[in-house]
Design a protein around this ligand. Structure first.
Ligand SMILES: Cc1cc2nc3c(=O)[nH]c(=O)nc-3n(C[C@H](O)[C@H](O)[C@H](O)COP(=O)(O)OP(=O)(O)OC[C@H]3O[C@@H](n4cnc5c(N)ncnc54)[C@H](O)[C@@H]3O)c2cc1C
Length: 325
């Protein structure tokens, strides 16, 4: 079975989700994963070098229409590659990102094949690719079997898969190819708007100190910031903290915020409602501080401290500072 991964890149760098997709794609097809790079002229080679060893081969298309994101151009290019392939892919995987949400349904329409979007897991069950999606606001997981289809398309929620490279670390062969695209795509790129300076991407942080409603007041966030500073961590939060304008939306962890998977997640005064827990439960180490011993967060925490965060967090900060000398 052959699996293609559509590599997502920005400003000459591959986005983290690409590595997750390559690792997972390789696990699904026992290593025979193909990375597809759609890039502007002169951009592809450097991106292909970043894939080396993580895929069996890289299909590289450079075209002026790919210099800036254009979902229609990407969908048409992918359709042309898949239709012309000697061994067509069984699955085409991409990120459930603004880009993936654009090209994937268009591609499914072009290829008349099924698409599953926002999957959190993929597996092979017999001959069928099976996708897992989170439904009813995270209360249930549904499994979708894509049995009879010759080809399927799936977009995966960033941060939901392991990103350990499982592909054989062989030299990745690069196949440069071209596609013929219409001059009028019906869609044009206008501008790239950067996030305001100072905004933080919590999904990239190694250590998160996350605050919940238990922090009680905006001014008390200092307590979490002091601990974060001592640890070299980033501050994130639960939804009520955003709703009360104590922290900006970019800091929210949860189904309506970001999915995170840091090395350490410290939850201060967070109950662990499933809308929050679903998006941080895969953190390598979860440390919860809550005064309620029955708080659900303790069910997923590796270490739990039943106590008042206003006593525990400053004590942790002092201990970290003392340990660092
Ligand atoms: C459609 C939908 C989407 C949602 N999306 C999200 C989302 O993306 N992210 C999200 O977080 N939530 C989301 N929610 C809200 C979610 O259901 C919970 O209401 C929310 O996660 C609770 O946040 P919390 O744990 O901070 O607050 P609470 O549930 O109020 O918990 C506060 C905790 O702090 C503890 N506490 C209080 N004082 C102290 C103290 N001094 N020391 C120690 N512990 C203390 C309490 O014991 C309690 O456990 C969503 C809800 C819906 C319906």
């Amino acid at each position: 079975m052959s699996v293609w991964v559509v590599c997502e890149h920005r400003n000459g760098a591959l986005r983290e989700v690409t590595y997750e997709l390559l690792a997972h794609g390789a696990a699904l097809c026992m290593g025979a994963v193909t990375a597809v790079i759609l890039a502007g002229p002169g951009e592809g080679e450097a991106l292909a070098a970043l894939i080396n060893g993580k895929a069996e081969r890289t299909l590289l298309v450079e075209d002026p229409s790919m210099s800036a994101f254009n979902g229609t151009a990407q969908a048409l290019a992918l359709a042309s590659l898949a239709e012309g392939a000697q061994e067509p892919p069984k699955a085409i995987l991409g990120a459930h990102s603004a880009a993936g949400m654009d090209w994937a349904p268009t591609l499914a329409g072009k290829l008349s094949c099924p698409a599953v979007t926002d999957a959190v897991a993929l597996s092979m069950e017999g001959d069928s690719l099976t996708a897992t999606r989170v439904v009813y606001g995270g209360k249930l997981q549904s499994k979708i079997k894509l049995g009879g289809a010759k080809m399927v398309i799936a977009t995966i929620r960033p941060g939901s898969l392991e990103d350990e490279p499982k592909a054989a670390s062989v030299e990745t062969s690069i196949e440069a190819t071209s596609v013929s695209l219409p001059s009028e795509l019906g869609k044009r790129f206008i501008a790239w708007v950067e996030e305001a300076a100072g905004d933080v991407d919590i999904s990239q942080a190694d250590i998160l100190v996350s605050v919940g409603r238990g922090i009680q007041d905006k001014e008390n966030i200092d307590v979490a910031e002091a601990l974060a500073e001592a640890l070299g961590a980033t501050v994130s939060c639960s939804r009520p903290v955003v709703d009360m304008n104590w922290l900006p939306k970019e800091r929210q962890v949860g189904i309506s915020g970001k999915t995170v998977k840091p090395k350490v997640y410290i939850a201060l005064g967070i109950s662990g409602a499933f809308q929050h827990a679903t998006a941080m439960k895969d953190s390598a180490m979860i440390i919860a501080v809550n005064k309620d011993p029955k708080a659900p967060i303790f069910q997923i925490a590796h270490y739990g401290i039943v106590g008042d965060l206003f006593k525990v967090a400053p004590a942790l900060t002092a201990a970290v500072r003392a340990a660092k000398g």
